[in-house]
Design a protein around this ligand. Structure first.
Ligand code: SAH
Ligand code: SF4
Length: 420
């Protein structure tokens, strides 16, 4: 599968100039309006919204299905496009609701094909507009979208760049779904976007965005309702249609919310473990001071539907001389006993001011071997999109802008040119 070139992408604001691999926001980008958006609502909520503008009960189901089809299968971003909805109805919808996209501030494409979007969302209440990053990672046979759940993060993990950015606010369900909509727009990935046949069958395969990971900015289980509602929209089989087995929710270990995630969302689970002893984990993932490793492991054992085909992923960032010894690897194996698990070893991605270094390759391989010999898959995650600062833990949006010096330092570390 090849990516559509940006110029041939459908349904996007026209002519966003490309500068040094970075697309800049068009000067003429339309102003957002304050009408409620139907994106991110479930069918019941859309029904209530339609009743609110006077639609009769007998029409609501049909209209909701139509809207759902246009929004999530055809990628409509205006009511005008909905050719099988009467003109009067379209005008009425347009007066009361929005189905637009977040503003794309920049779009960057890495040499390895990874794409990163900086998206701007309007203020909520008295706040200011906020910006978050969403990353698309194409791989052989699949494409993964790394979605943000919060602007910033409260949890200050010591190795994570996002953790240095104060929590600005939670994202809404609309804003979380909006990230998927932007990716599908920009990649030309809505299954029926180009079809003119109102009865066209929906291809079940072949999406460029085939997987979602809630591993962008923020801690998804500290924004539970919005993440749940958004993922339910994403999993709807007549819409975005991402299977629950292709969505992974990553948490740093908000133990009391893990059972709810299992019951109310039911996607795959990833745990950012990173240390096998409480004293070290207290330091790396300060949330561990509240919920200890043993409690976290218990919550994992209870996660519904675990089997060899549905394993929990344990993420483990490789920090030189900190958590990467053979003894650590053995303890990891002991901790995971009885949990269908795979271990994702993540080479540490540096950022300016970070106090760690990435373990060297031999150390990572030795660690992987110990885990592997115990029967656990332990892939080493290849860093992707480092040249555009899209790799794990490097996301930090311009809601708290990096100073130019900081940006240049980061670019020098990862081999990019630091321009924006
Ligand atoms: N807050 C959630 C999800 C977002 S972080 C969580 O912590 O799980 C996504 C993953 O990137 C986590 O496993 C996180 O620990 C890891 N990560 C953060 N900073 C990193 C860095 N500098 N290098 C490599 N991985 C990092
Ligand atoms: Fe927040 Fe996850 Fe980063 Fe920790 S690793 S600071 S929980 S985003």
């Amino acid at each position: 599968m090849t990516l559509a070139s940006p110029d041939s992408l459908t349904g996007t604001p026209s002519a966003i100039p490309m500068l040094h691999g970075i697309m800049k926001e068009a000067e003429t980008q339309p102003k957002r309006d304050a009408k409620p958006s139907l994106i991110g609502m479930n069918r019941d909520e859309i029904g209530i919204a339609l009743r609110g503008i006077g639609l009769e009960d007998r029409q609501i189901r049909m209209r909701t299905a139509q809207l759902w089809h246009w929004m999530y299968l055809r990628g409509a971003s205006s009511f005008d496009q909905m050719t099988n909805v009467s003109k009067d109805m379209r005008v009425q919808l347009e007066q009361h609701f929005a189905i637009g996209r977040p503003e794309i501030v920049t779009e960057q494409v890495s040499v390895d094909g990874t794409r990163k979007w900086l998206l701007r969302f309007p203020p909520r209440g008295a706040g200011r507009p906020v910006e978050v990053e969403t990353v698309y990672i194409p791989e052989e046979g699949r494409g993964t979208l790394c979605v943000s759940s919060q602007v910033g993060c409260t949890l200050t993990c010591s190795f994570c760049h996002t953790g240095t950015q104060k929590l600005v606010r939670n994202l809404t369900a609309e804003e979380i779904v909006g990230q998927i909509m932007v990716a599908r727009d920009r990649l030309g990935d809505f299954p029926l976007a180009t079809s003119t046949d109102p009865k066209a069958a929906v291809p079940s395969e072949g999406r460029l965005v085939s997987n979602i990971v809630m591993m962008g900015m923020g801690e998804p289980l500290l924004n539970f309702e919005a993440v749940r509602d958004a993922l339910q929209v994403a999993m709807d089989g007549d819409g975005l249609s991402l299977s629950r087995r292709r969505i992974t929710l990553s948490t740093s270990g908000v133990v009391p919310m893990i059972p709810r995630a299992g019951a109310e969302i039911g996607t795959l689970l990833a745990i950012s473990l990173h240390a096998v002893r409480d004293d070290l984990r207290d330091e790396l993932v300060p949330l561990n001071r509240r919920y200890k490793i043993a409690e976290l492991m218990d919550a994992c054992r209870e996660y519904p539907g675990l089997s060899n085909a549905r394993r929990i992923t344990f993420e483990y960032v490789m920090l030189a001389g900190v958590n990467d010894s053979v003894a650590d690897a053995r303890e990891l194996v002991r901790l995971l006993k009885g949990i269908p698990a795979k271990i994702n070893l993540i080479p540490f991605n540096p950022w300016p001011g970070s106090q760690y270094e990435c373990s060297d390759w031999d150390t990572i391989e030795t660690f992987a071997e110990v885990v592997n010999r115990a029967g656990y898959a332990s892939p080493i995650r290849t860093p992707r999109g480092r040249d555009i600062l899209a790799a794990c833990g490097q996301l930090k949006s311009a809601s708290e802008k990096m100073r130019a010096t900081e940006r240049l330092a980061l670019a020098a570390m990862v081999g990019g040119n630091g321009e924006d």
